[in-house]
Structures are given as C-alpha cells and as structure tokens.
Design a protein around this ligand. Sequence first.
Ligand code: ZN
Length: 274
Amino acid sequence: MLRALSLFVVGVCANVLVGLPAFAQSPADLTLTRIDCGTGATPTDVGQRFTDTFAYKDLKLTFTFSCYLIKHGDDYMVWDTGYAPGTNPSAPKVGLADRLKELKVAPAQVKYVGISHFHGDHTGQLEPFTNATLFIGKGDWDQITSPTPMQGANVAGFKSWIDEKRKVEPLTGDKDVFGDGSVIVLRTPGHTPGHSALLVRLKEMGPVLLSGDAVHFHENYQSNGVPSFNFDRAATVASIERMKQIVGNVKATVIIQHDMRDIGKLPAFPAAAK
Ligand SMILES: [Zn+2]
C-alpha cells in the first residue's frame, strides 16, 4: 500500500515537473459522434489526382464527408464542418446545425471548432458557431487571411469569422484542447501548409485518430501515397509516418474521414462512441 502510494506520488511529481498532460486519468465524460456531412455524387477515380506516383490504377471510390461532435464534460467541440447543404451535388441534405439540434446542442453552445484544413469540403458550415474559438493550423490561417490566398483555400467559408472578428487560435504545434490529454489537435502538415489531425482518447473504445485529409483512403494510408495537388510532398509523408507511430504507440483506431469503409468504426448517428 505504502509502496503503491509512493509510486503514485512520484508519478504525479514527474507529471508536474515536465508539465505533461495527465494521460492516465481520462475524464469521466468524453464522447465522439460522427455526423454525415455529404457523400460523393459520383465515384472518384483516385488514380487521377490522388497519387503522384501513378498508383491505384482503376480504383474508384465514393468519398464520404464527415463532421464530428466531441462532448467533454459540459463542453462541446466540433471537428470539421463539411460542405454546406445545397452548395453542390455532394453536399449533405441536412445541415450540421440541424443535426446538432437533434442531439439537443445549440450551435452557440459549441466552445471550440477545430478544422483539419482550409478546403471547402471541411469548412462549408463554420458560420453557425458564433461563440466558438476556431483552431486552425497557422499555415492555413495565413493563407485564408492573405491578400493572395493559395488555390483551394476556401476564404468565403471564413467570412463571418473574419468580418465579426471571432476568436481564432492559429496553431503552430499540437493543441491539448481541454488540458487533460484527452483531445489533441495534431500538427500534420503537407496536404495544406497548416493541416491538422485529431486524437480523441475515449475511455471504452480507446484512442481514435481522425485523419483530416492527411490521407484520403485506406490504400493511400498503407502506401504513404501523396495526392498530386498536395502542398508539400515531404511533409505529407512525414505526417503519415507520424500518424502511424502514434497509432502503434497508443493503439488508436484510425478513421479516414473520406473513406466510406471507416464509417462503421463509430456508432451510427445519433449514437456516440464512448
Ligand atoms: Zn482537403
């Protein structure tokens, strides 16, 4: 007993000394809900733009578009916001705000919105979250606010954030969102300059790694594949390697956000993973 206690004290002190998040103690209440944010109107020939090495010959995949709600105690975080309904044939029929209402969550209650990157299929429904702090990689935020944004940066999606001077936290490294190690935005650049992924350490299901577009589909993850339109090839490969090491070290379930085959890894809406 005494030995166990002293080990505990040493453990606590070590955490304090190096300022590490307390990974051992996950919060009592952490859930993750997948929300449908669109489906590809036609299958994508991934051998075209989604490889710079002529891989995936003849492979056609119907992409899905995913948004997520994380509940941590009484706080809510949204991860990625998909396309806005009605904007294109792949957009969802029901918007994110309406889906949240089904879960009895008002958009104004959402404390944090994290986005993996600035592309339009991840930033189409930012507008409703009037009280949230936006987490975005600094490399992406710099493009959104540049007089000459790079191609693919969905500046229009951030209009209310810029016009109303809403809270933004441009990230230069990882972000331990709730300060307890349970939800961490991971710096994974390459697809875009400031791309991020998200680690959610659930109590029952175990850690879940939401990919953003660090990878787009299983074959892409397995082969360290790089789409030809990515911002930085070397950074992309390094980010995929980082994700694989995290997955191995913490035994995480990878959810590739555009891959239909990963939808079933989480309970069907409105149920949440715990
Ligand atoms: Zn993208």
